[in-house]
Write a protein that binds this ligand. Sequence first.
Ligand SMILES: [Zn+2]
Length: 530
Amino acid sequence: MERKIFIFDSTLRDGAQAESISYSVEDKWKIVQALDKLGVSYIEAGNPGSNPKDLEFFNQIKTHQLKHAKITAFGSTRRKGMKVEDDANNQLLLDTDTPVVTIVGKSWDLHVKDVINTSLDENLDMIGETVAFFKNKGKEVIFDAEHFFDGFKSNPTHAFDSLQAAADGGADWLILCETNGGSFPGEVFEITKNVINKFSLPVGIHCHNDCGMAVANSIMAVEAGATQVQGTLIGFGERCGNANLSTIIPNLQLKKDYECITDDQLIKLTSTARMVAEVSNIPLDNHLPYVGKSAFAHKGGMHVDGVIKVPRSFEHVKPDEIGNGRRFLMSEVSGRSTILEKIQKVSPELKKNSKQTQSIIDLLKKSEHEGYQFEGAECSFELMIRKHLGKYQPFFQLESFTIISEQSLLNGNSSSSAVIKVNVDGEEEFTAAEGNGPVNALDRALRKALEVFYPELKDVHLTDFKVRVLNPKKATAAKVRVLIESTDGKDIWTTVGVSTDILQASCIALVDSIEYKLLKNIEKKFKIFA
Ligand SMILES: [Zn+2]
């Protein structure tokens, strides 16, 4: 029997505490919509007491109807020695007008005595009165018991009393917070079980990742009976981050038979994770479980051969269940089956012994000899196969480019501009653009020229740029290999270029990146009409 687990995403509140993250109101709205489509139960959208910008956001989203998620605002219990209604932060929290509020309160005696400097009894009053205040206003109240696990280890009576105070105030949920991230899975299981045995209210878990165990701890709490999991979609958060929901959701759903979201929503997991990374302006770790670009990437020849024969021989779940894809990496160790798999993607009729298969293998060897390496840049290899087999219709021709770089020796500033000439179906286009470096200027100019013909390129931008100087002892002396990673907010792809000139190599990789995006769009359209 599947048990429903309520997913609570705090990317916009706890996640926004992470170093180098700052969301505009538009960013927040994009993330709220994506999380709602993914089907999470709660979206914690901000803390009006600490950030006045959040109040503006709550005002804006009030008028929008969400399909799945309830919006919640975050705030603390009233301050010591005052009434709830006199505390300005509680008033701000009320002003957000959300159907749900999350109230954080102290449950570790150390914090009560040495941080907020009050008595244990006053702490319990602060919790009870604040929860009751918001219940009387008709809110669903989620009580976050801050540092609950440390509190339990230090003074279990007070830790339990803090939960009891929230329960007496009418709380709908008791959330056990592993705020310092220092507990181990076994402890989290035992302590959560203890709480579940004592309280009839639903219990949730909120973990931080300081010991690298936030996911494991969250899962153990669920196994002990917790029915709400708080975290952030891709693990953003202060210090080492919060529990990563993009790992927890499929773990619970695909391995443990709990239901967090529907199976159809689960398919959106990878694209939602990438979109949140994109809006947050933080590259998604390629090796992230389930949703990372390398999560189902196979390299060794035997592994590839195994996956082709029986996918589960080297894959713990099916990549399409979470909307990710399988990738076969090109490398010296990958055998013919990897190459054949790539060729058959373009021309399914070709076999291992076909003449054309052999000629592509020869071409690959020649390119590798010139310094190309397609590992991680399978898109360039796919384009090469298409061009070789005559299955490619050029979208444009880059006829020439000029780069002007200016270095100021007075203030150390530098700027670059690129002038390019492209030809699309006989129509020539001259474009110039500036950038903070020659490659950036070239990329901008190229896309600016082509956006006139292909507006879908507006969503594309570079996320990574790597240059490798090739081994000077080999035949590839003085050559550089450039790898470019691009995204359109949904997919990520990598292309490669090799030349003795770094700009030329960058240009080859850039052109491949744009060609690949245009090709991808055509294929999508074709699928719709097929
Ligand atoms: Zn937290």
